[in-house]
Design a protein around this ligand. Structure first.
Ligand code: HEC
Length: 241
C-alpha cells in the first residue's frame, strides 16, 4: 500500500516536471520567435489597422491573402493567390515568398531554417491574435532600439506633437544646399542630396502646415522632412541664398 502511494507521488512528480519542462521549451521557442520577428518588424506591425511598408499582421490566421481593406499596396499576385493564411501556408511563405507566390512585392529572401520558422510562427500565432499585449512589445523594442529604425525602414515616431527643434518653419534652397530653420530658431544646412521630402497622411503624420524634421542615416548628415501632404511641399521651399 505504501509502495503504491509512493509510486503515485513519484509519478505525479514526474508529470509535473515534464509539464514544466514542456511549458519552458514553449516559452523559449516563443521568445526566440519574437527575436526573429525583428526581421519582419521593419515592415509589419502587429497592431490592428497599422500598415507600414507591408500590411498589419494582426488577425493573420485564417485570413485570406491580400484581403485587408485598408492596405492599398497589395500586388495582384498576392491578392489573387487564393491562399488562406495558416500554419502550412505561412511556413511556405516565410521559407521562400517568391517561390510560393511568384510576383508578390514583399522584398524578403525567406528564412531557410525550419526550426527558426517554427519559432517565428509560434510567436506570431500568439502575437497576431487581436488585443494581445505582447504584440506591441516587439514593435516598440524594434522602434526604440534597432539600427533598422535609424536607417529609416518606415517606422517613424508619431509627429502630431513636436518639440520646437523638430518643427520646420522654413526651408530655403541655394545652389546645392537646403537650409532648414526649425521653431527653436536653429538653421541647419544640408547638401541637397542628403535631405529627403516625405509625406505622412496617417494618424502618425504631422499636423497640416507643421512639417517635421527627423534624423536619417547614422552619420548625422542626413534628414527627412515629413509633410502632412504633397501639396505642402513646394510652398514651403523658398529659393534664395
Ligand atoms: C521589406 C519589407 C518587408 C519585410 C522585411 C517583410 N515583409 Fe511581409 N510583406 C511586405 C509587403 C510589401 C507585403 C505585401 C506583398 C504583396 O502585396 O505582394 C507583405 C505581405 C506579407 C504577408 C501577407 C499579408 C496579407 O495581408 O495577406 C505576410 C503574412 C507577411 N508579409 C509576413 C511577413 C513576415 C512573417 C516577415 C518576416 C519574416 C515579413 N513579412 C517580412 C513587406 C515586408
Amino acid at each position: 500500500m505504501y509502495r503504491l502511494a509512493d509510486f503515485g507521488i513519484a509519478l505525479i512528480g514526474l508529470f509535473t516536471t515534464a509539464a514544466a519542462a514542456c511549458a519552458q521549451t514553449q516559452t523559449d521557442e516563443i521568445a526566440r520567435g519574437e527575436r526573429l520577428f525583428r526581421a519582419c518588424a521593419a515592415c509589419h506591425s502587429l497592431e490592428p489597422d497599422r500598415n507600414m511598408t507591408g500590411p498589419s499582421l494582426s488577425g493573420l490566421w485564417n485570413r485570406k491573402a491580400g484581403s485587408l481593406p485598408n492596405f492599398d499596396r497589395y500586388s495582384a499576385a498576392l491578392a489573387s493567390s487564393g491562399v488562406i493564411w495558416n500554419d502550412t501556408s505561412l511556413d511556405r511563405w516565410i521559407a521562400d515568398p517568391q517561390h510560393f507566390i511568384p510576383g508578390n512585392t514583399m522584398t524578403f529572401p525567406g528564412i531557410k531554417g525550419a526550426r527558426e520558422r517554427a519559432a517565428l510562427l509560434a510567436f506570431l500565432k500568439e502575437a497576431t491574435q487581436p488585443g494581445r499585449a505582447r504584440a506591441a512589445t516587439a514593435q516598440r523594442d524594434h522602434q526604440m532600439g534597432g539600427m533598422m529604425g535609424m536607417i529609416g525602414t518606415g517606422s517613424v515616431p508619431n509627429l502630431k506633437t513636436l518639440e520646437p527643434g523638430e518643427r520646420v518653419q522654413q526651408i530655403t534652397h541655394c545652389r546645392d544646399t537646403y537650409r532648414v530653420t526649425t521653431a527653436d530658431g536653429n538653421t541647419r544646412a544640408f547638401w541637397e542630396r542628403n535631405l529627403r521630402f516625405k509625406t505622412d497622411a496617417s494618424d502618425d503624420g504631422p499636423q497640416k502646415g507643421a512639417p517635421a524634421i527627423v534624423a536619417a542615416g547614422m552619420m548625422g548628415d542626413r534628414a527627412d522632412v515629413i509633410f502632412a501632404g504633397p501639396e505642402e511641399i513646394s510652398g514651403f521651399i523658398a529659393a534664395g541664398c
